[in-house]
Design a protein around this ligand. Sequence first.
Ligand SMILES: Nc1ncnc2c1ncn2[C@@H]1O[C@H](COP(=O)(O)OP(=O)(O)OP(=O)(O)O)[C@@H](O)[C@H]1O
Ligand SMILES: [Mg+2]
Length: 244
Amino acid sequence: MLQIKNISKSFDKFLALSNISFNAPTGKITAIIGPNGAGKSTLFNIISGHLKPDGGKIILKDKDITGLAPHAISSLGIGRTFQIPSLFPKLTVKENIMAASIVHNRTTFKFFGLDSKSEIVTDSIIDKMNLSEFSGTPVGSLPYGVGKELEIAIAIATDPKLLLMDEPTAGIPKTEVGQIIKKIKDLCELENITVLFTEHDISFVLSIASKIVVMNYGELIFEGTPEEAMKSSDVKEIYLGKDA
Ligand SMILES: Nc1ncnc2c1ncn2[C@@H]1O[C@H](COP(=O)(O)OP(=O)(O)OP(=O)(O)O)[C@@H](O)[C@H]1O
Ligand SMILES: [Mg+2]
């Protein structure tokens, strides 16, 4: 689905990404992990078009999308989660999801009646994400964890083939993270969405991802299955210290 080829990025003289290459297989969940400052968010921003790389290519299903504008990349089927402040706080959960669907589908649904089609999509997402209880709640007064789930629902409303999520569970109490991650996994499997995400809690990552990419100081240091990651001395060194 997605191939990252020799991507490099510097901020002034600081090398944030050094020759990163890996791929995210179709229909699977791939997790990028690594310590703070490893370059994970920088890479996400390059894939989504919010930053331009200094070198390398991003290939989506054989199409070179390197350096395209964010809206062009979004329309090619790459969705990403956005922060809550970018939503409409006075509109309800349902209205926010519908707005995302309408904006995304304004050309596709032209002949079907935009609003009714978007409403069907929205209701189905609300149902699958178990957000019915909050459907009529203004986004500004949602509990934090539900807001994070709404970010994911909104990204899914744009009908992505590939969904990028940079720390979708940031700030959520540990007791709730497992449940949200499980929902993401179930929904993406159901909709056949390929996922690339980051998450700091390695135990959740190992439980849902079928592929793990580990970065450290802008370099890719491991790529493989969760089982291989747990056995890798390079990965252990980063997460448990040199003598592990
Ligand atoms: N716009 C920028 N200008 C200068 N330096 C930047 C910029 N964005 C990121 N950096 C630097 O690049 C490095 C990688 O940052 P990045 O945010 O990609 O890391 P990360 O892996 O997402 O970390 P975290 O786990 O804390 O989110 C860091 O040292 C950061 O300070
Ligand atoms: Mg980050």
